[in-house]
Design a protein around this ligand. Sequence first.
Ligand SMILES: [Zn+2]
Length: 360
Amino acid sequence: MNPTAEPSAIVPVFDGHNDTLLHLASNKAKPAEMVFGAGDGAGHIDLPRARAGGFAGGFFAMFPPPLTSTDMDEEMKGTSYDLPLPPLLPLEKAQASTIAMLSIMLRLERAFPDDVAICRSAVEIRVAMAAGKIAAVLHIEGAEAVDADFANLDVLFAAGLRSIGPVWSRPNIFAHGVPFRFPASPDTGPGLTEIGRELVKECNTRGIMIDLSHLNEKGFWDVAGLSTAPLVATHSNVHALCQSTRNLTDRQLDAIRESRGVVGLNFATCFLRPDGAMRADTDLDVMVRHLDYLVERLGEDGVAFGSDFDGAVIPATIGSVAGLPHLIERMRAAGYSEALLHKIGHENWLSLLERTQGQA
Ligand SMILES: [Zn+2]
């Protein structure tokens, strides 16, 4: 955490987005504690590889999976695609999977008290990081488990929830998720519903971060017009460099800067490559190009990581959380200072949470 550290030192990474709870929940053969504690040879994040890569923690998504199972990685291998939006997910189904993933996070904290801590504020993250623990902030990717009266929001908040993406890439009662489409504009449909507008206020009141990553462009501007908090996209990239619907236009980036918000660089190759393809043989230079653009557009305080570990095909050179130092090295080689590496590595997410929760 020392900006004047040796250039070869590992930079602790607090990351904007992973789907590790989904990965652990999907392995019905082994308990989550076993898979996380020892690794299962699959997935991107487990304790030994987190240690090896300097992973200091991040936003852990609780993601209610779609009922239909399209192999998205397969569909997005090409250089042009337009995936249909999955249908609405009923409240009960979403609640069941959200609670199952929340339970996994609580069990990991109980099984590894010296290694994992669920954190509710930037202060708690700093304390956990200083103690060498992985600081986990609970996030919902698609708020289908939240009812229209927000009763579940209170319960989830009490359990530690501090970040909400109102939608994943599908419609729900709050808004319309952006479909996975390439090449295409993020302006794909209507914005927030009335209840969605209420959700923004409810999140602001509680200091819950609102993640714009899977919203379409109208939804983005609706939140921008309503929210009193900085604008955040936890795992999205630059539309000018990769014309995916999931990426941010220059106007959106300018609004994020204006609000003193943050964008987390998504490692998914389909949101990085100029041809939009999901391919592991992608050079890390393209990640540096997006980072350069984001730093230029957002300033040094507005850029962080949002890996999408356990949720996407990432460059093979990184491979898993253990490969984070390869990205850091490439950034160093491109001229990133140690101070900026520490900001992008973790400090910018912590400061953003302080601004969001009213501690700054
Ligand atoms: Zn996502």
